[in-house]
Design a binder for this molecule. Structure first.
Ligand code: NAP
Length: 256
């Protein structure tokens, strides 16, 4: 049986759980071999096992995307073992630090920018030459609606700043690569039932702000959290399209 992504190789960051894990699995079910990247080895190994059960090859690569050496090792291992990278899904992110901006620890703020933005740029630079050489490639950067709905995440300054910059990075790169065969898009997943959401709900309102905590508790209680399969399915469908330079909002595909 021919599958749409047979013979392709993907790197998915944050593939240990949540949206990244489901994306890695659906990419494999569509025929791609997948290099799974995150820091928690047990989750990575589980994700890789699930991929191998679809008869595709999987790598479990423990790496911190904020670390330049780790990112270089990710690209090197994927290229050495799979020979090429056709698809890059930059999905790994942290939502912390949360809380009133005046009290935010600058080291934590900068770390969020390193994970959510700088790591994306580093990995992109490493896989782009191969994609350009083959005149073919697909990059999806996972953002959030908070990149524009800025009031939706009061006390989430690092997160919103990183996602807004990620979108600017993505659209600028897509314009630069127009006509090269390399397609680059933003994916806004909507609100999704993952560890990131449950972590926010578990934080004391005194630390992250009572309004923010209540907002996330309400999203959960009122059933507004989607299954990770929804954004993952949209990401995988994008790989078979000519779409580039777009901000793709999952909520447009699955209206309430
Ligand atoms: N869930 C939502 O409602 C929602 C809404 C809008 C946007 N998003 C975006 O969707 C993406 C996935 O989020 P999610 O909800 O699936 O989150 P999640 O369940 O917390 O998963 C995040 C993944 O990223 C990895 N990660 C975090 N920091 C990393 C680092 N420094 N280096 C390597 N990997 C790292 C985590 O693994 P380790 O901790 O083991 O490294 C994990 O595998 C993120 O970009 C997030 O901003 C989510």
């Amino acid at each position: 049986m021919n599958r749409p992504l047979d013979g392709r190789v993907a790197i998915v960051t944050g593939a240990g759980r949540g949206i990244g894990r489901m994306t890695a699995l659906l990419l494999a079910e569509s025929g791609a071999d997948v290099a799974c990247v995150a820091r928690t080895e047990s989750e990575l190994d589980e994700a890789a096992r699930a991929i191998r059960s679809t008869d595709r090859r999987a790598l479990s690569i423990r790496a911190d995307v904020s670390d330049a050496g780790d990112v270089a090792a990710v690209a090197e291992r994927a290229l050495n073992e799979f020979g090429r990278v056709d698809i890059l899904v930059n999905n790994a992110a942290v939502v912390s630090p949360l809380g009133p901006t005046v009290g935010v620890d600058m080291k934590e703020w900068s770390r969020a920018i390193e994970v959510n933005l700088v790591g994306v740029m580093r990995l992109t630079q490493l896989v782009l030459p191969g994609m350009l050489g083959r005149e073919s490639g697909y990059i999806v950067n996972v953002s959030s609606g908070v990149a524009v709905g800025l009031g939706a995440m009061l006390g989430g300054n690092a997160y919103t700043t990183s996602k807004a910059a990620l979108e600017a990075h993505t659209l600028n790169l897509a314009a630069e690569l127009e006509g090269t065969g390399v397609k680059v898009n933003v994916l806004r997943p909507g609100t999704v039932d993952t560890a990131m959401q449950s972590w926010i709900r578990s934080q004391p309102g005194d630390d992250i702000g009572h309004e923010l905590r209540q907002k996330f508790a309400d999203l959960h209680a009122e059933g507004h959290l989607a299954d990770p399969e929804k954004p993952a399915r949209v990401i995988v469908d994008l790989m078979s399209s000519e779409t580039t330079g777009q901000i793709v909002d999952v909520r447009a595909y699955f209206p309430d």
